[in-house]
Design a protein around this ligand. Structure first.
Ligand SMILES: *[C@@H]1O[C@H](CO)[C@@H](O)[C@H](O)[C@H]1NC(C)=O
Ligand SMILES: *[C@@H]1O[C@H](CO)[C@@H](O)[C@H](O)[C@H]1NC(C)=O
Ligand SMILES: *[C@@H]1O[C@H](CO)[C@@H](O)[C@H](O)[C@H]1NC(C)=O
Ligand SMILES: *[C@@H]1O[C@H](CO)[C@@H](O)[C@H](O)[C@H]1NC(C)=O
Ligand SMILES: *[C@@H]1O[C@H](CO)[C@@H](O)[C@H](O)[C@H]1NC(C)=O
Ligand SMILES: *[C@@H]1O[C@H](CO)[C@@H](O)[C@H](O)[C@H]1NC(C)=O
Ligand SMILES: *[C@@H]1O[C@H](CO)[C@@H](O)[C@H](O)[C@H]1NC(C)=O
Ligand SMILES: *[C@@H]1O[C@H](CO)[C@@H](O)[C@H](O)[C@H]1NC(C)=O
Ligand SMILES: *[C@@H]1O[C@H](CO)[C@@H](O)[C@H](O)[C@H]1NC(C)=O
Ligand SMILES: *[C@@H]1O[C@H](CO)[C@@H](O)[C@H](O)[C@H]1NC(C)=O
Ligand SMILES: *[C@@H]1O[C@H](CO)[C@@H](O)[C@H](O)[C@H]1NC(C)=O
Length: 814
């Protein structure tokens, strides 16, 4: 315990000697009155240790000091926001139960749970309902951080438990079973040992004054407490780092003060405190050097009660601690300031006299009370009020009252502290904006690279549907000329010159609509891909024009751009950038091309997902591609993935040939929900993209008739393996030992979420982009990318599909 008078000595000398003593002063300040034996901080969801704003170090989870156990072989995910500070940047989220095993010695502990109200794609905050148990104590049940935060960004819940049997404390988070798709999350866990019997009562204690009851109130180590309010009266808040070593946070009293009249705020910061009555760690010095009194107007004071109202849950007993210290120079002896204290409408003291209690001016003390708050007409919350009023004039020299600090704790002898959620504040139920806004993803950079089309090896039907074009302008412009300002018009002569008069040797792809040629324009300098619609196509000129007008406005670095068109005689021809490296499939299997690195594959998937996102959520359109597959993802000279063949569905619907070919080629990609309901949404593209991701990971065709029947459909087989934790065994043999585990987990989770059988459970493409970017980050950062974390075919992953999508910018962990 620190000697307080020394400190003030150095404070005085500081004024004289300035700098030389500053160090002494700081060094002394650095030693808090209490040094906890256990001082545990877990920065949930973070790999490495990091410092909070106050300089306190929070432990990451990679060192396994605090093992996490998952129920039913399920997994929780690490998420990270792009903003905030430790420990609120990262979190652990799970749709099933998980337990932190925290090694601890026996004794009384503070447990603080830190929550940040970030919402993440795939985790709707209004579905976060869960319970938290610490050993035998239920701390929270059906708890909604969103409702409790009442519009604030962060929330800290502080509990006290006494650990008595064992070397560790299990803290278990369980999503509420009564709510479908409920999940649990946590950003930070703090466990700090508490000075024995600072709040608990010693064994030989007779108990605290139980207001309104004849008996005293006793509570021991089998009682759990929750801190409801910790208030500095008449001063500003005190952050945890400035507490006495226990990291308690003290708030100001303004929000609770209801009847104040002109109360006074005395302060004496240069005073010596004499801790001869209560230990010096009871509260920070500043609590005892500031206060609120009623003021000096006797007439006025006799006509009001200085009143605070503190919301608490009904049907619990409360432990109330009031901190006092007389430090004004005129209050020096018993009888100088005597007052009445009323707690929850019950008289706690008729003659409160701080000098009498403490023994003198400058000596801090506190008084404890217990009070039962019963259900007042079914209200969830009630106010526990504290009122001060001067004692009758004959009893006190000054008609005044004083209070320095208040602490209010909920008590539970049954071990269950859980109360109801507060009512929703209207308009606050909607979670805050996701930390990762997608606006940055809607890049519409027009890549001027001469682009590059590909072999279109298996160009099938152009199988895409334009579902909805919000702007109706396309419908009304049939009289306008084709948009040569947006899109170049080629003459048939130019096209013939470019393709050597449609030379069969120039054909690089074939589809239901017609053939695709590689050609050269601009005097042979620029390669292009030329799609020649079947001359017999019934496609009308008007539709053709409308399509071109629309397509030419779709510009995105991850879409193959329409360069121009030709409408001459009966020919309808589209000219595209040429994609040098051909289709994505050409680099995955059945090919002589060298295999692609994992990072490269991830970048291509991110690109393609970005292109689809643009189609789905463009500035003024919603387009469903309807034929997402690895042969429709083309690779530019710089290996940028570009989605092709979007938006030509109408052309194809009219030329109804080769449907069977198309279906055959696209079969493995077909959304089962679409097949069932015949209702097309962009989530069908998401499903197909999930199949693409599996192809990229496993380097095999979506449908393979040569393998065991369980394995024919890649989507089904991959889901089966994922659920059994054997995903690592079916990945492309080339990738064995080259992917690190977190990256694989994230990637697998994204792919599986895309394959969810219900469209509504699948993520939006923006979320897919985020998830894949995270998988790439995890691979590139290789934070835990040492050898043992590289996946090989003996890796068994014991987790299960847990959620529809993840994102943020961190990781899957276990
Ligand atoms: C508690 O632990 C943190 C992080 O390890 C450390 O920064 C801090 O000084 C410790 N506090 C006390 C009072 O021991
Ligand atoms: C979250 O869920 C609530 C209620 O379940 C719903 O009203 C809200 O639209 C959802 N928010 C998002 C972003 O999905
Ligand atoms: C914590 O949970 C684990 C796993 O359920 C169990 O083995 C262990 O005994 C528990 N520890 C305590 C102190 O309850
Ligand atoms: C409660 O536990 C503490 C530390 O384990 C012990 O010192 C204290 O005597 C116990 N109190 C009672 C009332 O049993
Ligand atoms: C503060 O307290 C010190 C001694 O405790 C006293 O000397 C000084 O006058 C006080 N200052 C004020 C402003 O009351
Ligand atoms: C603190 O107060 C006690 C009780 O009044 C007294 O005996 C003691 O001398 C005081 N200590 C200091 C350092 O003033
Ligand atoms: C005290 O308050 C009363 C009632 O508000 C007022 O009438 C009176 O003037 C005040 N006295 C002083 C000294 O301010
Ligand atoms: C102060 O509070 C007490 C107890 O609730 C009450 O009886 C009294 O009427 C109040 N006085 C004033 C002036 O409000
Ligand atoms: C205290 O009295 C007020 C006013 O009479 C009442 O509204 C409130 O519910 C009471 N509080 C408690 C805890 O009984
Ligand atoms: C508690 O007191 C505050 C402040 O006076 C008031 O706004 C609130 O309605 C009260 N709550 C209840 C449940 O009485
Ligand atoms: C859980 O909390 C919500 C919101 O307060 C409430 O509507 C629901 O009834 C609670 N469910 C249970 C099982 O307590």
């Amino acid at each position: 315990m620190m000697n307080r008078s020394n400190k003030s000595l150095s404070l005085q000398s500081l004024l004289l000697l300035q700098l030389s003593n500053l160090c002494v002063f700081i060094a002394e300040e650095a030693v808090p009155p209490y040094i906890p034996i256990e001082n545990i901080t877990i920065n949930c969801g973070a790999f490495s240790d990091s410092k909070a704003l106050d300089g306190r170090l929070w432990s990451g989870e990679s060192n396994s000091k605090f093992p996490v156990i998952h129920s039913q072989n399920k997994l929780s995910v690490f998420l990270s926001a792009s903003t905030g500070h430790v420990p609120y940047i990262t979190s652990r989220h799970s749709y099933s139960e998980f337990t932190y095993m925290v090694p601890l010695t026996n004794g009384q502990k503070f447990i603080r749970l830190h929550f940040h109200l970030n919402s993440y794609p795939g985790f709707n905050l209004s579905k976060a309902f869960f319970s938290v148990k610490a050993g035998p104590f239920t701390l929270l049940r059906n708890f909604s951080a969103l409702l409790h935060a009442q519009g604030k960004e962060t929330l800290v819940k502080e509990f006290y438990v006494s650990v008595k049997d064992g070397q560790s404390l299990n803290i278990t988070f369980t999503p509420s079973s009564a709510i479908t798709d409920a999940y649990a999350f946590i950003n930070g866990i703090e466990i700090v040992s508490m000075p024995t019997n600072l709040y608990y009562r010693p064994a030989n204690d007779e108990g605290v004054s139980f207001l309104g009851q004849s008996n005293l109130y006793r509570f021991g180590n089998d009682t759990a407490l929750e801190m409801m309010h910790r208030i500095r009266v008449g001063g500003s808040k005190i952050p945890p780092a400035e507490d006495t070593g226990m990291y308690r946070a003290w708030s100001g009293d303004q929000d609770y003060l209801t009847v104040a009249k002109p109360s006074a705020l005395p302060v004496n910061s240069s005073m010596n405190l004499n801790f001869s009555v209560v230990p010096s760690f009871s509260a920070p010095d500043t609590i005892y050097k500031t206060a609120r009194t009623m003021g000096t107007n006797k007439t006025m004071n006799e006509h009001y009660n200085l009143t605070w109202q503190f919301p608490v849950d009904s049907d619990f007993d409360y432990f109330v601690r009031l901190h006092f210290c007389e430090f004004q120079q005129e209050i020096i002896k018993a009888g100088d300031r005597v007052f009445l204290i009323v707690v929850a409408n019950l008289t706690a003291e008729t003659e409160a006299d701080v000098i009498l209690w403490s023994g003198g001016n400058g000596i801090p003390t506190y008084k404890d009370y217990a009070v039962a708050i019963m259900n007042g007409g079914n209200r969830k919350k009630q106010n526990l009020s504290i009122k001060l009023h001067p004692a009758p004039a004959w009893r006190t020299l000054y008609s005044d009252a004083i209070l320095n600090g208040v602490e209010i704790f909920k008590l539970s002898k049954s071990g269950d502290l859980s109360g109801p959620n507060p009512d929703a504040i209207p308009n606050l139920l909607e979670p805050m904006k996701p930390p990762i806004e997608q606006s940055g993803k809607k890049r519409t950079i027009i890549v001027a690279v001469v682009g590059l089309i590909s072999s279109f090896a298996a160009i099938s039907l152009l199988f895409f549907l334009i579902l909805r074009i919000r702007s109706s302008k396309f419908a009304n412009n049939s009289n306008r000329a084709l948009p040569s300002d947006i899109c170049r018009h080629f003459s048939l002569r130019e096209i013939k010159a470019a393709t050597n008069n449609f030379d069969k040797n120039f054909i690089i792809g074939r589809g239901g609509f017609g053939d695709v040629y590689k050609g050269f324009i601009n005097a042979g300098s620029t390669p292009v891909a030329i799609k020649r619609l079947n001359p017999g196509s019934q496609q009308g000129v008007l539709e053709f024009r409308t399509e071109i007008e629309m397509l030419s406005q779709l510009r995105h670095q991850n879409l193959v751009s329409l360069m121009g068109y030709c409408k001459d005689n009966n020919e309808m021809i589209l000219v595209y950038d040429y994609m040098v490296h051909g289709t994505l499939r050409d680099h995955l299997y059945n090919t002589n091309n060298p295999p692609l690195q994992w990072e490269k594959r991830l970048k291509m998937c991110i690109g393609a997902a970005g292109g689809l996102h643009y189609l789905h959520r463009g500035p003024d359109h919603t387009i469903i591609h309807r034929d997402v597959k690895t042969t429709n993802i083309l690779l530019s000279e710089k290996w940028v993935a570009k989605v092709s063949d979007f938006g030509l569905s109408k052309i194809n619907e009219l030329s109804n040939t080769h449907i069977s070919t198309a279906v055959k080629d696209s079969f493995g990609y077909l959304d089962p929900e679409y097949v069932r309901l015949q209702q097309l949404t962009e989530k069908s593209d998401v499903y197909s993209f999930g199949v693409v991701l599996c192809e990229v990971l496993c380097a095999r065709a979506p449908i393979d008739g040569t393998v065991d029947h369980l394995q024919i459909s890649l989507a089904e087989w991959a889901q089966h393996c994922y659920n059994n934790g054997t995903l690592a065994q079916i990945i492309d043999p080339y990738l064995q030992g080259k992917i690190n585990l977190p990256s694989l987990l994230k990637f697998g989770e994204v792919a599986m979420s895309c394959l969810a059988s219900e469209g509504s459970k699948r993520p939006a493409m923006s979320e897919v982009v985020c998830g894949l970017e995270l998988a790439l980050q995890l691979q590139e950062s290789g934070i835990i990318g040492n050898d043992e974390n590289h996946v090989n075919d003996s890796t068994v992953i014991d987790y299960h599909v847990l959620f529809t999508s993840g994102s943020g910018s961190l990781n899957v962990g276990r």
